[in-house]
Design a protein around this ligand. Structure first.
Ligand code: HEM
Length: 485
């Protein structure tokens, strides 16, 4: 085999990669040393903006196989037949910390799936939690600021974390979840994924259903205690990345079974919980889990930057048969992601191999911009309609229309009969065993006792007490005990 020759970016051979060119022995550098200039300049440009949330993550390729007939509810082609397989890419992540953050921390985990379907890419950008902290996207930047590093101290501050929550009673359900046993997954393989939001499915007849997605891990749920996690972070800050990479390299391919809860659209208005409120679940007794298929991860990316850092998932990448619900949070996200991608990766990010459709062809009149590599043939017109057989619209909506009523305004999400900020948090607390409750209380008190203001502590305790009086009392006792120490 002939030896590979080191070249410049323009392909010319490099004569010396160890010594830069100087004016005489020991003299200053020469501007004509193209290899040195290019090497230093290129190095300066290796970093791109990291994701403003979910910066730290790991990804893998795999496939989804349909195991059950769901055509009564959706016309999505990739779900149209039992046995049908679709390629996919999945990126897991932590949320709050920056790119270099540790994996084994108490934080929700991202669970973002890109299905490369024959009708275009379908992105389901979920978390490992079935609910979320807030229910209006206008609060999201403030929420994230309170959880990420403080602009003065440069680290996460319990004062900020709990002050935001003191003002967000709707977060009580998700806080109870996060501070509980599943708050620190042992690895990405040992946790569930959820679409969290309610989405809309539409069948061939045009009937609409509201659905919630649940990916149940086939590896079993495994979590870490606060102490185990602290030890692991010290040993291997990249523990989730190590685990996922090594499992797939060994051929131990992780898998999840996808279930959906399905609500006929006509039932949404009178359901006891607002089905479009992201801080609420639908109890399985009301809407049981229906199996859809199996997701398997079986191939590691070859290059983390190209395929994981540059991966771009957007909740508004839908395919026929799947669409948004009126959930305000979801609606906000329909804007936020593609906007982030245009900033972080550029307008042509959809042309990068990990983001480009694999089973569908992109054919439109979008043109140019930085780094454009996709263009039509030399006779294609760049306007529409045209008389030259260019691509044209189908006149078939992807999903059913949503009914709306009333006046425009900055409205709070409507409350249904059983809706308040605390009932479901209390239900979750009461479901826990005594040991689970003890760990939950200890985890909450560990953070809350570090808060410097009494009023912030009291407001948070009041939220737990509203969920369940015993819950509030025990958190108060545990916080007091730690503060007296
Ligand atoms: C209105 C609320 C939200 C806003 C404005 C928002 C915004 C964002 C933004 C800007 C990013 C970075 C995207 C990128 O640079 O590629 C992101 C990442 C992410 N978000 Fe959200 N987010 C919201 C709520 C949620 C919720 C409720 C979930 C889960 C149910 C979620 C899951 C994720 C995941 C998994 C990622 C990482 C995707 C990846 O792996 O590239 N987000 N979010």
């Amino acid at each position: 085999m002939s030896k590979r020759v080191l070249t410049t970016e323009s392909g010319a051979p490099v004569a010396d990669n160890q010594n830069s060119a100087t004016a005489g022995v020991g003299g200053p550098l020469l501007l004509q040393d193209q290899h040195l200039l290019e090497k230093l300049a290129r190095f300066n440009r290796e970093r791109i903006p990291e994701r403003v949330v979910h910066a730290r993550g790991s990804g893998a390729y795999g496939h989804f196989e349909v195991t059950d007939d769901v055509t009564a509810w959706t016309k999505a082609a990739f779900l149209s037949e039992v046995g049908k397989k679709t390629e996919l890419f999945l990126r897991f992540s932590t949320v709050a910390d920056s790119l270099g953050g540790a994996d084994a921390v108490r934080d929700p985990r991202g669970f973002a799936v890109k299905f490369y379907t024959e009708e275009g890419n379908y992105d389901l950008v979920g978390n490992n939690t079935p609910v979320f902290f807030i229910k209006d996207p206008i609060k999201f930047p403030d929420f994230i600021h309170s959880q990420k590093r403080d602009p003065f101290t440069g680290k996460q501050e319990p004062d900020n974390v709990w002050d935001f929550w003191a003002h967000a009673p709707e977060a009580t359900h998700q806080i109870t979840w996060l501070m509980g046993d599943r708050g620190i997954p042992a690895s990405y393989r040992h946790m569930n994924g959820y679409g969290s939001h309610t989405y809309q499915w539409t069948n061939e007849a045009g009937e609409a259903f509201f659905v919630k997605y649940h990916f149940k891990t086939n590896q079993g749920i495994r979590s870490l205690s606060a102490e185990q996690a602290a030890e692991l972070v010290g040993k291997d800050a990249n523990s989730h990345q190590t685990d996922l990479l090594q499992a797939i390299e060994r051929g131990v391919n992780p898998s999840w079974t996808l279930y959906v809860q399905v609500m006929p659209a006509a039932e949404a208005a009178d359901y006891r919980f607002n089905p479009f409120d992201l801080t609420k679940v639908w109890p399985h007794a009301d809407y049981p889990l229906q199996r859809v298929g199996r997701l398997v991860l079986d191939r590691n990316p070859d290059n983390i930057f190209a395929e994981v850092e540059q991966a771009a998932f957007s909740p508004n990448n839908f395919v026929p048969g799947i669409g948004p619900s009126p959930d305000k949070m979801l609606q906000g996200r329909l804007f936020a992601y593609a906007d982030a991608h245009r900033y972080r990766l550029g307008v042509n990010h959809t042309q990068l191999p990990v983001n480009a459709p694999k089973a569908a062809v992109v054919d439109n009149y979008g043109r140019d911009g930085f780094m454009a590599t996709r263009y039509g043939s030399r006779h294609d017109k760049n306007y529409e309609p045209n008389s030259y057989q260019g691509p044209a619209q189908t006149d078939t909506p992807l999903s059913a229309p949503l009914a709306v009523q009333g006046w425009t305004g900055t409205h709070e999400a409507p409350l249904h009969t059983k809706d308040d900020d605390f009932f479901q948090a209390g239900e979750l607390y009461r479901l826990m065993s005594e040991d689970e409750k003890k760990r939950l209380i200890a985890n909450i008190a560990g953070g809350l006792s570090q808060v410097s203001r009494e009023d912030v502590i009291e407001k948070n305790i009041a939220h737990f007490a509203a969920a369940d009086p015993e819950y509030g009392r025990r958190v108060a006792e545990a916080v007091n005990a730690l503060r007296e120490d």
